[in-house]
Design a protein around this ligand. Structure first.
Ligand code: KG4
Ligand code: ZN
Length: 339
């Protein structure tokens, strides 16, 4: 079969990214221009700034992706693009760019769901991974437990009722004074703390065993900090964040293993920014080993937003015949499995 090279673009949040991926598994280039330094000044992503920066960066990023892959446009078979979910203004920059390229170059346009992209990072990491498998997608905007039934076929089994896991990490980090983005900072500081120092509640959602709730843990941390401040007590930040991290990780792992066991899955994959968390990776690995389940996780660089994962997902959508029309729009609240 002829090789299929896809140029993929990702601009749903604060990274402007482009990549060339061959046959969904081989990354020929992966360029990411992160805006983290600018948004750090404001303690979080400022949507208007993100859109403006995407406009400035998108053409150079795409040019570099082609150059790094040692290719010209003639070598590219299709354009893959994240069209949701995400920040509408940020998504629109990528969608408009992808449509313009596909139109001008007469190439097929392949729309990709951002979460499908995160899950597909696992196809790059392990060339043998094939559906069906269970997936835990944990990022700044999403916490989903997903059954990956086939390429492009997903069923969401559990989701967060309030904050996403990454959002909880970011909010707790801000409260403790660690800055943005909080996840990596909490991960690092936790290594110096005692995860059993403080017991934080792991909320269960009534009526839906697979759903998550993280606002309770976040509030418990904030109450703990306020209480200490009122009593003029020093807080051991490392113990605090390690205990918080343990509570979040145990909820994520418990729910994932419940899905794997109840539905008889032999494989569990994790994805999304929070899947870079060292405690989560270790806990999943151990739980899977104990249950005789194969565990998959992307390398750190493919956990957070990137375009290589979009190129991997776009390949399977391309093969399935998914094509974007010229009126393709950015859909900020796009649901997984919907068109
Ligand atoms: O997937 P991603 O780059 O963007 C979204 O689609 O949301 O995820 C970003 C999120 C942020 O909330 C960040 O704090 C979190 O992933 N994150 C982590 C770690 N690295 C990134 N959370 C916990 N531990 C980490 N090591
Ligand atoms: Zn993401």
């Amino acid at each position: 079969m002829k090789d299929i090279n896809i140029l993929a673009i990702e601009s749903s949040c604060d990274e402007t990214a482009a990549a060339v991926v061959r046959n969904g598994r081989e990354v020929l280039s992966n360029v990411i221009n992160t805006q983290i330094d600018i948004h750090t000044l404001y303690g979080g992503v400022v949507p208007e700034i993100a859109s403006r920066k995407h406009i400035e960066n998108i053409n150079p990023v795409i040019r570099k992706a082609l150059k790094d892959a040692n290719m010209t446009w003639d070598d590219i078979d299709a354009i893959g693009i994240t069209y949701g979910p995400g920040l509408v203004g940020a998504l629109l920059v990528g969608v408009a760019e992808a449509k313009a390229l596909a139109w001008a170059l007469k190439k097929p346009l392949v729309p990709v769901h951002h979460i499908e992209g995160h899950i597909s990072a696992n196809y790059i990491a392990d060339k043998t991974l094939e559906p069906p498998f269970a997936a835990l997608v944990v990022s700044g905007g999403h916490t989903h437990l997903v059954e990956v039934k086939d390429y492009g076929s997903y069923e969401i089994i559990g989701r967060t009722r309030d904050d996403a896991a990454g959002e909880a990490f970011d909010k707790v980090a801000r409260a403790v004074g660690l800055g943005y983005p909080g996840g990596p900072k909490i991960d690092k500081l936790s290594k110096e703390g005692n995860p059993d120092a403080i017991t934080f509640p792991v909320a269960h959602v009534n009526g839906s065993a697979y759903d998550f709730s993280f606002s309770g843990i976040k509030s418990a941390v904030l109450n703990y900090l306020n209480g200490a401040q009122m009593k003029n007590e020093e807080v051991n930040k490392a113990d605090l964040v390690a205990s918080f991290q343990k509570a979040v990780v145990s909820a994520l792992v418990d729910h994932s293993m419940m899905l794997v066991k109840e539905k008889g899955y032999k494989k569990l994959a994790i994805a999304g920014g929070v899947s870079a968390n060292s405690a989560l990776r270790a806990a999943c690995e151990e739980a899977c080993k104990e249950a005789g389940v194969e565990f998959f996780c992307p390398p750190l660089g493919l956990c957070t937003d990137n375009a290589a994962m979009i190129g991997a997902a776009a390949y399977y959508e391309y093969v399935n015949g998914t094509r974007g029309a010229w009126d393709l729009n950015a859909i900020p609240n796009l649901k997984l499995g919907e068109r």
